[in-house]
Design a protein around this ligand. Structure first.
Ligand code: MN3
Ligand code: MN3
Length: 323
């Protein structure tokens, strides 16, 4: 049988560096790999039972909101960016990150299954589907991801991805960090720290890809894209403030969470190569402490070989990624 090839099929070649940062990001992503099964959430049960109903309600809702974001990032965000990325090493890094999104999404379920009854879990997943500000957030994100058809829309999907990972997650991260910083819900907090450490790496990597792409556009195109970028930014922030006021209502923490969101919104813009947008007050020191992406209690890879452990705790510095 004979057939004609329509195009040349290429294989990924890791023997040479396609750029000067992708292989470093691959290595760091792989070093950071973790599974929720390595953390025993049941240690939190005692503290969980001592929390009042309002605290429990807030805790499970922030995790439910995060579950929706990680689900969309794994199923829509990463695949949309991969589909228009030609470079095979970059595609591989994105693919690995997509797998981690599914692991993040699943890790919240491992917290739920430990702390909640089946009925409470069902009610929580119903809440995700019925909470308008949460659904609107997913809508805003998906509208961009599902419209990734050319270089410009790919750029805007990368922008949306960086907003999601470096900024939107933080209304949800705040409360677990706030409790863990006071010695409460420490095992679940460890899961959140691991997710946060991944998101910090993802935001940096996709931010670099976005910046490289942005620099390839003409001046007028840049202006138009920058305007669209800010319009996505403002739409997401407006909704995020509404969402935050709603779920943190009566906690007394609303203002601090909004301030924390603004702080992280500035970090997201920084990842994309833009100036800070907000003046930010001091971040609650308990929460800021939790932002340090060093791990605290979790003994990584204790069941794996020693060689594997080498370098795991090394954090990437900005200087590692100068293009
Ligand atoms: Mn994630
Ligand atoms: Mn991510």
């Amino acid at each position: 049988m004979t057939f004609t090839l329509n195009k040349i099929h290429k294989a990924v070649n890791w023997n040479k560096e396609d750029d000067n940062f992708t292989q470093a990001f691959w290595e760091q992503n792989v070093k950071q790999f973790w599974l929720p099964e390595e953390i025993s959430v049941s240690k939190d049960l005692k503290v969980w039972n001592e929390l009042n109903e309002r605290e429990k309600d807030l805790y499970k809702k922030v995790l439910a909101g995060l579950t929706l974001l990680d689900t969309k990032q794994g199923n829509n965000g990463i695949p949309s960016m991969m589909s228009l990325t030609d470079n095979l090493q970059r595609k591989a890094v994105l693919s690995f990150m997509g797998t981690m999104e599914e692991i993040h999404a699943k890790s919240y379920s491992s917290i739920f299954t430990t702390l909640l009854s089946n009925r409470e879990i069902d009610e929580l997943f119903d809440w995700i589907e019925s909470e308008k500000t949460l659904q609107r957030k997913a809508d805003l994100i998906l509208k961009q991801y599902e419209n990734t058809t050319d270089k410009k829309s790919l750029y805007l999907s990368m922008v949306t991805s960086v907003f999601l990972e470096s900024f939107l997650f933080y209304s949800g991260f705040f409360y677990p960090l706030f409790l863990a910083g006071q010695g409460k819900m420490v095992a679940s907090g460890e899961i959140i720290s691991l997710i946060l450490r991944d998101e910090s790496l993802h935001g940096k990597y996709i931010g670099l890809l976005a910046q490289e792409m942005y620099s390839s556009f003409e001046i007028e195109e840049k202006e138009a894209l920058k305007n669209k970028m800010y319009s996505i930014f403002n739409a997401l922030m407006e909704n995020e403030m509404e969402y935050t006021y709603l779920i943190y209502k009566d906690s007394g923490l609303e203002k601090e969470v909004i301030n924390f969101l603004k702080y992280n919104a500035n970090r997201a813009l920084e990842n994309l190569g833009f100036e800070d947008f907000y003046e930010v007050d001091d971040i609650n020191p308990i929460v800021l402490n939790g932002l340090s992406t060093e791990t605290k209690t979790h003994d990584f890879f204790s069941t794996k070989g020693n060689g594997y452990q080498k370098g795991i705790y090394e954090e990437l510095e900005d200087e590692d990624f100068i293009i």
